[in-house]
Design a protein around this ligand. Structure first.
Ligand code: C5P
Length: 214
């Protein structure tokens, strides 16, 4: 049973994907970390993220140790991730790794931008999680402030909007709601309510496919 969770930055998709994984007893992959680790490799090597050949090489030889690097989740690294992720070569290099994870016996939960459209188009359940940009910026601002990042709310909102635009407008695997993905807007929901709705939507998708839930 594969559950695909897609959506823009700070929509709540990571929290929801982790909760779904716990609920159904499935392994979880935050695919954004793969793009962030590729971006971090470029930063550490002093290479611009626009360099297609170098970014593709970095993704092909991804250093797994970087997936736990302290700087992985910083806003500067998110910017690198969103630029390197537009290179088709980078996406191709990371595709098999994600599909292998999804193909584990029993299934998996993956969250990202193109899970329901490209990585796992046959997923048993697909969610597209979103929230208003101001709400997402507020969440990310609180998270960054907790990590000692002094960026203002206005700067965080501008970062998020720039990333949304890059992720949605790129030619390779743009951020897109799959036609069969259920929409979940978390703008006015707390975590428990959002997770509750996500479980309900997954149950509905499984019921439509005649699959049994846990
Ligand atoms: O999800 P997260 O914000 O950590 O992702 C960082 C960046 O990685 C995104 O802005 C996006 O450009 C890229 N990404 C992607 N496809 C995915 C996951 C993330 O292009 N499946």
């Amino acid at each position: 049973m594969v559950i695909a969770v897609d959506g823009p930055a700070a929509s709540g998709k990571g929290t929801i994907a982790r909760a779904l994984a716990r609920h159904y007893g499935l392994p979880h992959l935050d695919t954004g970390k793969l793009y962030r680790a590729t971006g971090l490799m470029m930063r550490l090597a002093g290479q611009p993220p626009e360099d297609t050949a170098a970014a593709t090489q970095a993704a092909e030889h991804l250093d797994p140790a970087l997936l736990d690097a302290p700087d992985l989740m910083s806003s500067e690294n998110a910017r690198y991730a969103s630029i390197v992720s537009a290179h088709p070569g980078v996406r191709a290099a990371l595709l098999a790794r994600q599909q292998r994870f999804a193909g584990q016996p029993g299934g998996a939960v993956l969250d990202g931008r193109d899970i329901g459209t490209i990585i796992c188009p046959g997923a048993a359940a697909k969610l597209f999680v979103t929230a208003r940009p101001e709400v997402r910026a507020g969440r990310r601002h609180r998270e960054l402030a907790g990590n000692g990042d002094s960026r203002s709310l206005a700067e965080v909102l501008a970062d998020i909007e720039a990333r949304d635009a890059r992720d949605s407008q790129r030619a390779a695997a743009p951020l897109l709601r799959a036609p069969d993905a259920a929409l979940l807007d978390t703008s006015d929901l707390g975590i428990d309510a959002a997770v509750g709705q996500a479980i309900r939507l997954v149950e509905e998708a499984l019921a439509r496919r005649g699959q049994h839930s846990a």
